[in-house]
Design a protein around this ligand. Structure first.
Ligand code: ADP
Ligand code: PRP
Ligand code: MG
Length: 223
């Protein structure tokens, strides 16, 4: 635990830029918190808010659980996809914020007969950044896979023969369509969760609980 976690008057929130930052702003607003800088235009990684006791860290989406787990941030917002890969150790997950909604799916080239390959017991090459979730999904189905770890643009892998299929998040399906890929199996629904450092929850409960409550109310109203 570091000094940040011990100072019960200061709160640090970890967010990633893009959709999580944008979708968290209305929730922060419901808790009376306004972020004073825009991470899209500022190069700053620690952003001030209208509350001198609350600062926002801008980190990679997949790093949010790590900052919160180690107490470098008291709380954060991360996708279920990211949390499943991280494992969730040291994190309290009080609410589903119902933002950044998408689904985790298997996709393949339009010409690839995925169901038949599965029926035949073929060994599949699957490219993904979600290796943990993918391994678990295929193990449950009894499908043998060679997982190929990528860090982005998974859609490219089947197009150039790197893999037979991918596991990625899908929302509108536009990216799959643009690359002549087909969603062949849905694995799970995904949304973003509030994650709280377990020690901070105890030591800073008075400061954190009203924000958690405001987030919960606002996320229910958004439905
Ligand atoms: P990254 O840089 O890791 O791709 P993103 O901001 O794209 O970060 O994604 C953050 C989270 O938003 C993901 O962990 C996932 O839960 C969700 N997400 C990803 N892509 C989409 C999408 N196209 N539509 C809605 N939610 C998404
Ligand atoms: C995500 C995801 C897919 C796409 C799916 O990419 O990795 O490529 O969204 O959304 P769709 O079904 O609406 O097309 P993102 O936009 O986050 O770009 P990234 O490569 O920077 O992660
Ligand atoms: Mg993305």
């Amino acid at each position: 635990m570091n000094d940040t976690t011990r100072d019960s008057s200061q709160l640090i929130l970890a967010l990633s830029k893009g959709r999580i930052f944008e979708d968290t702003l209305p929730l922060l607003s419901a808790a009376g918190i306004e972020v004073l800088e825009n991470p899209e235009t500022s190069r700053k990684l620690i952003l001030a808010t209208n509350d001198p006791g609350i600062r926002v860290l801008i980190v990679r989406a997949s790093d949010v659980p790590t900052y919160v787990q180690h107490g470098a941030a008291d709380f954060g917002v991360a996708g279920k996809d990211v949390l499943l890969e991280h494992g969730g150790e040291g994190l309290y997950q009080p609410i589903d914020l119902r933002i950044a909604c998408c689904r985790m799916s298997v996709a393949a080239n339009a010409g690839f007969d995925y169901d038949n390959a599965v029926r035949q017991g073929a060994r599949l090459r699957v490219a993904t950044k979600f290796v943990h979730t993918a391994r678990e999904h295929f193990a449950k189905k009894g499908v043998h896979v060679d997982l190929i770890k990528l860090y982005g643009s998974m859609e490219l892998a089947p197009l150039v023969g790197l893999s037979d299929a991918i596991v990625d998040v899908v929302s509108t399906g536009g990216t799959l369509r643009a690359n002549n890929l087909v969603e062949v199996e849905k694995i799970m629904e995904i949304s973003s969760r509030l994650v709280v450092n377990q020690a901070a929850l105890k030591l800073k409960r008075e400061r954190l609980q009203p924000i958690i409550d405001a987030f919960e109310r606002a996320s229910k109203q958004q439905q």
